[in-house]
Design a protein around this ligand. Structure first.
Ligand code: HEM
Length: 221
């Protein structure tokens, strides 16, 4: 029998869908700022596998424009911060944090999810709102948001927030963390989209309408 069951509260759906375009704008404007001083690469010693330089950014459509990038980044940074704080506040007050915070079995369950997704493990996954892999990923992305904000503030006001700069090991340290956190956001985004596509329409729609169709097995009489 098919039934409609409530899955995602309205507040969470709002925070989620506001966050998506805001974060996209933050990545775009952040890369515009980074383009003015493009120092990072993936490599070891003098050997370089990949360089995040102007040429690569131009291929992504990130054109020159430091002042434009800064203006958008500083405006949407506040929206990102307020939306994130409201989301964490809501999770705390409503008790919904229990659904996304990993517990002792999350790591084992995340491994089972990997084996299941690779079609090595045939047994169905335990029924819960979020599996272990999701719990780790969603809590991780909230932590990323917090680190992005703290390192961003340290670069934004290095004199007034000198204690923050100290935590990140100075200006270059804070800038390094800020850039790589952004890359981790992009990585999360790619994996998240693949998983959402794999989970299907019913799951995606539940993040818009709040409800999903659940097929319940009829008891044998
Ligand atoms: C900026 C990038 C994004 C971030 C940081 C993000 C983060 C999250 C988080 C933290 C949750 C759990 C929410 C909760 O219940 O508290 C979630 C759920 C979800 N997200 Fe995203 N999201 C992003 C973009 C997207 C996009 C573009 C889509 C759709 C194409 C999407 C579809 C979904 C769906 C369907 C769920 C519910 C998963 C389920 O019930 O199993 N997300 N996302």
């Amino acid at each position: 029998m098919k039934t409609l069951q409530t899955k995602h509260p309205l507040a969470i759906r709002w925070f989620h869908w506001v966050n998506f375009p805001v974060l996209a704008l933050m990545v775009w404007s952040g890369l515009k700022i980074y383009r003015a001083y493009d120092v990072y690469r993936i490599g070891f010693g003098s050997w370089t596998l990949f360089r995040f330089d102007k040429e690569f950014l131009s291929h992504l459509g990130i054109t020159q424009g430091l002042a434009v990038g800064m203006a958008w980044h500083f405006l949407f940074g506040w929206i990102f911060a307020i939306n994130g704080a409201l989301y964490v506040g809501y999770l705390t007050v409503s008790g919904a944090w229990r659904q996304i915070l990993p517990n002792r079995s999350s790591l084992k369950e995340a491994w089972q999810v990997v084996l299941h997704d690779l079609r090595i493990r045939k047994e169905p996954l335990p029924k819960a709102k979020f599996n272990g892999a999701q719990k780790i990923a969603y809590t991780g992305v909230v932590l990323l948001g917090f680190i992005a904000l703290a390192s961003g503030l340290a670069i934004y006001k290095p004199v007034q927030l000198a204690f923050l700069l100290f935590v990140f090991g100075g200006y270059q340290g804070a800038r390094f963390v800020h850039f790589w956190v952004c890359m981790l956001f992009v990585l999360f985004f790619v994996v998240h989209i693949v998983q959402v596509a794999r989970a299907g329409w019913n799951n995606f729609r539940s993040m818009i309408t709040g409800r999903e169709i659940v097929i319940e097995e009829q008891p044998n009489v």
